[in-house]
Write a protein that binds this ligand. Structure first.
Ligand code: ATP
Ligand code: MG
Length: 397
């Protein structure tokens, strides 16, 4: 009897879409799977079915790579076989023999789709009986099993597995437009980035280098955040613009009422990001701003920051508690235990928690903003992160 080992990918939300959208999303998902496996030099073959993708190749190596791809519910290393109850039972027994011991609480979960002559319950019973013949004295416990065996009879074959590696959920990267993310050395913006990517948004980053106004660890940390984020979009570039913000800080600190420094600063960042976004087809800007976290992130101040550009600003962690953000940062690898000095020297002693658009515009009018924005954008360095590496791209003048 022929069996094979494969990686089975389960697709969730995607399956609820209309036919044309589903097709488009599946195309993106398959492209992302191939890019991830190609980036690791793995050989593979794929088969697409309703709600499932089977990938043949070195399953132990393929499964963890695929489990990082957005748009996937979970991933299992499975045995594929014929779809008759006999073939499925036989494959199930082989798998169960490795882990199921007498006395263990055991459950079979069966599914059947477009295979006639048998119900799911009957399939489960046949498999359980076959397992009992080899490993008697297990205890059937459907509510709280110690060992769970999944069997599926589908028109294209039988699938048997006993483990599920949780996926990331979300939607395939590349299905939800493109955004320019304000990427800092901190914890919040990389998490915001990851959440947007998980929802299908393709990102570029923009980091504002404060020069002598910023702690010396800042730039390397921000670039490292981009490098780590690139591992979540394998085989794809994650571009990061590094903008020199020193001239703005110099001009602003000399001319403007410093109480509102953080507001001018964030408005300037948004405008430079918006200016850089002109070069590509960006649908939005994005940030790691979080309601109430610091003075510049009150509702009133975020309103004034929003008014700096016409482009929509996405703020995926707006309502998160810091603990939730940190938990994600740790899981996705962007949490730095010892970040070093990333403090901002421009922050005033008592930053304003409430500002007024007229007042801010009056202060900004003291600066030659359009030149500052233009210079910042045109002198920006371009860095490219890809598959966990990052290097500067030298742009010809
Ligand atoms: P984070 O919020 O990411 O932990 P942070 O605490 O240093 O970084 P905040 O002052 O909370 O930054 O700024 C809010 C948001 O503004 C950040 O999440 C990020 O999107 C953006 N931002 C802050 N500093 C920079 C920077 N130097 N370059 C680009 N974007 C920045
Ligand atoms: Mg923050």
């Amino acid at each position: 009897m022929e069996t094979n080992t494969a990686v089975m990918v389960r697709i969730g939300e995607l399956w609820l879409k209309s036919e044309p959208v589903k097709k488009q999303f599946m195309t993106a998902l398959m492209r992302n799977i191939r890019a991830a496996l190609d980036a690791k030099d793995l050989a593979y073959q794929t088969e697409e079915y309703r709600g499932r993708v089977l990938i043949y190749g070195d399953a132990e190596k393929i499964a963890p790579e695929v489990a990082r791809i957005f748009g996937i519910v979970d991933v299992s290393i499975c045995t594929t076989c014929g779809n008759s109850p006999e073939e499925i039972s036989s494959a199930a027994v082989t798998l169960a023999e490795k882990k199921l011991k007498a006395g263990m609480r055991f459950a079979v979960r069966a599914r059947r789709q477009q295979v006639k002559g048998i119900t799911s319950q009957e399939l489960a019973r046949i498999v359980a009986d076959a397992v009992w013949e080899k490993i008697p004295d297990f205890v059937v416990d459907l509510d709280n099993p110690e060992y769970e065996l999944f069997v599926e009879a589908r028109e294209y074959g039988g699938i048997v597995y006993d483990d599920r590696i949780p996926g990331q959920g979300g939607l395939p990267l590349g299905t939800a437009g493109k955004a320019m993310l304000l990427l800092s050395a901190g914890i919040d913006s990389p998490v915001a980035a990851w959440l947007l990517m998980r929802r299908g948004v393709v990102l570029s980053g923009m980091f504002m280098d404060g020069g002598r106004w910023a702690g010396p660890a800042t730039k390397n940390l921000a670039l490292d955040n981009a490098r780590i984020l690139s591992t979540w979009s394998p085989g794809r570039n994650f571009p990061v613009w590094v903008v020199n913000m020193e001239p703005f800080f110099d001009a602003m600190s000399a001319a403007c009422e410093t109480h509102y420094t953080c507001i001018y600063c964030k408005r300037f960042m948004m405008r430079v990001a918006d200016r850089l976004a002109l070069k590509g087809k960006y649908d939005a800007l994005a940030s790691g701003e979080n309601l109430g976290q610091v003075a510049s992130q009150t509702i009133q101040n975020m309103g004034v920051i929003t008014a700096s550009v016409k482009t929509p600003i996405l703020r995926p962690i707006l309502t998160y508690d810091k603990e939730d953000t940190v938990a994600i940062a740790r899981r996705i690898g962007t949490f730095h235990e010892c970040p070093g000095d990333t403090g901002c020297r421009a922050v005033p002693k008592k930053p304003a928690t409430r500002s007024d658009i007229d007042l801010i515009e009056t202060q900004e009018a003291k600066l030659n903003l359009s030149d500052l924005i233009e210079n910042a954008a045109t002198t920006a360095e371009l860095w490219i992160a890809r598959d966990g590496n990052i290097s500067q791209k030298i742009v010809d003048a």
